[in-house]
Design a protein around this ligand. Structure first.
Ligand SMILES: [Zn+2]
Length: 84
């Protein structure tokens, strides 16, 4: 595994919206999975601000990738592990 260190990240550890060009603070976590690339239990996550949540959800939704939308405050990272 290659650590995804990003030393150039400016600012504090505020999660930022994943939408291209957006630097707003993220409020939502979109959990998604591309069945062509990922095993079914795998979850990729995008962060979204209030403004881009619908846009990003739609982007993933039309491809059938979107699995879940969770408020950032309620999101619990699982490090790829699935507890069910
Ligand atoms: Zn945004």
């Amino acid at each position: 595994m290659i650590p995804s260190a990003s030393p150039s990240a400016d600012g504090p550890d505020t999660p930022i919206c994943s939408a291209k060009g957006c630097r707003a603070a993220a409020v939502w976590v979109l959990a998604w999975n591309n069945p062509k690339l990922h095993t079914p239990e795998r979850r990729k996550t995008w962060l979204a601000c209030e403004e881009h949540r619908e846009y990003l959800a739609k982007f993933l939704g039309v491809r059938g990738f979107l699995k879940d939308t969770v408020a950032l405050s309620e999101w619990e990272p699982t490090d790829g592990e699935q507890r069910s």
